[in-house]
Design a protein around this ligand. Structure first.
Ligand code: ADP
Ligand code: 5SP
Length: 470
């Protein structure tokens, strides 16, 4: 499906008259953590593709499993506990790799594949992330994994940027040779393969800059500066920050920074993002975003004290499942009027982001701005709630698809000079973000008390579901 998607995009571009000969460098991004298993012999096929055929027609037989694990998979709890036990516990693993063991992280997914399908694993010559997989198609050979997306695997030592032998050994045998050596995110990994030169007319010297994860690419696309917060409202909701010094904890992730090899980024991922908003929209707002917005416009900031938690699938941050609604008196109630429900959903999602970002040590400063991106950042009423809950102005860029823009900037950076010229210098003429929502006067007072209640109720639900903290 992914290979065919690339075929379709390139064929459409060709049909529209796009001049591929002008492309001097390219890069790209893929959803983080997902993995692709190349079968033995795939590299020969990749290196000898016929320009007369589409990629998916030639690569059908190149994969040792046909369904790639993606970031939404949460079936690897047993492998997570094994990995943590091997390296001395969850905090030790976090100090080493930037995160405690998470089910979607690729090392744990690989461990599960090895345990459940050792034959497929042994027939695998190379394991790619979604990002390095896409880069491999353009290169006509296996592309290395970049440090930033590689940090989402529970395998990379984020300080010295090499695979952890202890983690590799805990996941599966011969794993290092199947992963290849990781590279700095701004590396040029090679020139485009002759397939693309002959079929589409790319110039033969067109450089392929290492592909990275969608969130790291978004950080590049938004030209995030230290002190800013990026909030991505895509399929998942994520919140990320630029960091100089990593302080890995038991919640959230530290990744190597995709544009500055000395620095890092912190990330929180919320699984019940747009899909949860869509579900409530379909149930209560006639499947219409404009009806959904009417509910946000007709209800007051703070929702008269009503608070809600909406996690139809097991949430990542924190580990809660189910819908939980509370009245202003903290009594659990079974339903809210439709418009109160919609506000409770959006306010709850943003209060969780603020509380958990503060748990990572983040503090909103007077100069702080939020940069919003992803599909739901088109919705001004949702962004208004974001500005009010954080007490911070929210900015957007001209395209909500910042991962895509970030990939273009990264290609430009690779073309310009790789690591010698700072990324900020290369993109300094890019358009500045625009103000989309400013906090409503009085918002901070309304949310100060509510945030404390939200945190207290979140703890209450956690205690009810998994017992008191140890
Ligand atoms: N006007 C809107 N209001 C709220 N959400 C929206 C709106 N338009 C699109 N979306 C949401 O954006 C999501 C897709 O975001 P996108 O950034 O493209 O996803 P991904 O992170 O998977 O690349 C959809 O699931 C949809 O619910
Ligand atoms: O798991 C994470 C981040 O850790 C997700 O953010 C994935 O990177 C994919 O997200 P979407 O683009 O599908 O929202």
């Amino acid at each position: 499906m992914w290979v065919q998607a690339l075929d379709i995009i390139l064929e459409k571009m060709k049909a529209s008259g796009f001049d591929f000969s002008q492309v001097l460098a390219l890069s790209g991004a893929g959803q983080q953590h997902g993995s692709v298993y190349w079968k033995s012999g795939a590299s020969q096929v990749l290196a000898s593709l016929s320009p007369d055929l589409l990629l998916h027609e030639q690569l059908q037989a190149c994969f040792s499993i046909s369904d790639c694990p993606v970031w939404m998979d949460s079936s690897t709890t047993a492998q997570c506990r094994q990995l943590e036990a091997t390296v001395g516990g969850a905090q030790a693993l976090s100090c080493l790799t930037g995160s405690r063991a998470y089910e979607r992280f690729t090392g744990n997914q690989i461990a599960k594949l090895y345990q459940q399908n050792p034959e497929a694993y042994s027939h695998t010559e190379r394991i790619s992330l979604v990002s390095s997989f896409a880069a491999s198609l353009f290169l006509g050979s296996h592309s290395p994994i970049d440090y930033s997306d590689g940090s989402g695997m529970n395998l990379l030592r984020i300080q010295d940027k090499i695979w952890s032998q202890a983690c590799l050994g805990a996941c599966a045998p011969h794993l290092e040779e199947k992963l290849g050596l990781p590279v700095p995110s701004c590396s040029v990994v090679g020139a485009i393969s002759s397939y693309f030169v002959q079929r589409y007319g790319f110039p033969p010297g067109c450089k392929v800059v290492a592909f990275t994860g969608d969130n790291p690419a978004s950080l590049a696309g938004m030209r995030l500066e230290e002190g800013d917060i990026a909030v991505s409202l895509g399929t998942s909701d994520t919140l990320f920050l630029w960091l100089q010094e990593p302080t890995p904890t038991l919640e959230g992730h530290i990744f190597c920074n995709p544009v500055d090899p000395q620095h890092y980024m912190a990330l929180l991922c919320f699984k019940n993002g747009s899909l949860m908003r869509e579900k409530i929209r379909d149930e209560l707002a006639s499947s219409s975003w404009s009806e959904f917005s009417k509910a946000l416009q007709s209800t007051e900031m703070g929702n008269s004290g009503n608070l809600g938690f909406y996690f139809d699938v097991m949430e990542i941050t924190p580990e809660i499942i189910g819908r939980h609604r509370f009245s202003a008196e903290n009594h659990e109630v079974s339903a809210f009027p439709w418009d109160v429900e919609i506000r409770a959903l959006i306010e709850g999602q943003f209060m969780a982001k603020k509380i958990h970002a503060e748990g990572l040590g983040y503090r909103v400063m007077p100069k702080t701005k939020i940069l919003a991106t992803g599909g739901a950042s088109h919705n001004r009423d949702i962004l208004q709630v974001l500005a009010d809950v954080f007490g911070t102005p929210v900015y957007v860029t001209d395209t909500a698809n910042s991962a895509c823009v970030g990939s273009a900037y990264r290609a430009f950076h690779g073309l310009a000079a790789g690591t010698d010229v700072p990324f900020s210098e290369v993109v300094k003429l890019a358009p500045n973000p625009r103000l989309a929502a400013a906090p409503t006067p009085g918002a901070s007072q309304v949310y100060e008390a509510l945030l404390q209640r939200y945190a207290m109720l979140e703890q209450r639900i956690l205690t009810q579901t998994r017992g008191p903290p140890e």
